[in-house]
Ligand binder design. Structure first.
Ligand code: CA
Ligand code: CA
Length: 196
């Protein structure tokens, strides 16, 4: 207000003061506003408004940083970054796939100020070990399984699948007064005896 806040009726039938003029107070400039630190103050005639800054939400008197919802951890993956109860701008989540699974997508996602993530969490897909560098013996068959694989030796071979050796019968001694010839000790091979 500029001027006097009161006027008195005088004996000359006039008021002692001219009416005051009311001018707006710029609460924002005066720093007399109640806006939150993370809000923007806008002056208007008779009052002012408070609006939360970008990246924050609230009524302007209370502003909270936007939160990113916590995404479900992808199947066959685990979180290797520090876990938090809430995620705000610049917070990240880093994932790692379990053994036997390969990652599709980014391993790290970042919470952005608008409350969304920089990307979807990655997915973890089974490695098909059989079509890559198969770890099975050349004489084995490879079976891909989720997260792993199995090797089994082919027929006529024995072993754990990663190493297979051809099945062989033991050697034979000559019979009394005779001889034995063994062209092949492998499965299906024939030994022939001959008497003297
Ligand atoms: Ca004002
Ligand atoms: Ca596999």
């Amino acid at each position: 207000m500029s001027g006097s806040a009161s006027a008195t009726c005088l004996g000359n039938a006039l008021w002692s003061e001219v009416p005051p003029s009311c001018t707006d107070i710029n609460e924002c400039r005066q720093n007399s506003d109640s806006c939150h630190d993370d809000a923007e103050c806008r002056n208007n005639i008779g009052s002012y408004t408070c609006t939360c800054r970008e990246g924050f939400n609230g009524d302007g008197f209370n502003c909270e940083p936007n939160e990113c919802f916590i995404p479900n951890t992808p199947a066959y993956a685990s979180i290797v970054s520090q876990t938090r109860t809430r995620y705000i701008a610049t917070n990240t989540i880093t994932y790692e796939c379990n053994g036997g699974y390969g990652m599709v997508g980014e391993d790290t996602i970042t919470c952005q100020s608008d409350g969304s993530w920089s990307a979807d969490p990655p997915t973890c897909e089974d490695n098909d070990e059989c079509t890559q560098n198969t770890p099975c013996d050349p004489n084995a068959s490879c079976d891909n399984t989720p997260g792993s694989y199995t090797c089994s030796c082919n027929e006529r071979y024995t072993g754990d699948g990663e190493t297979c050796t051809e099945i062989q019968c033991g050697s034979l001694s000559n019979p009394t007064s005779g001889t034995v010839t063994i062209p092949s000790q492998t499965v299906g091979g024939t030994a022939t005896y001959l008497c003297n």
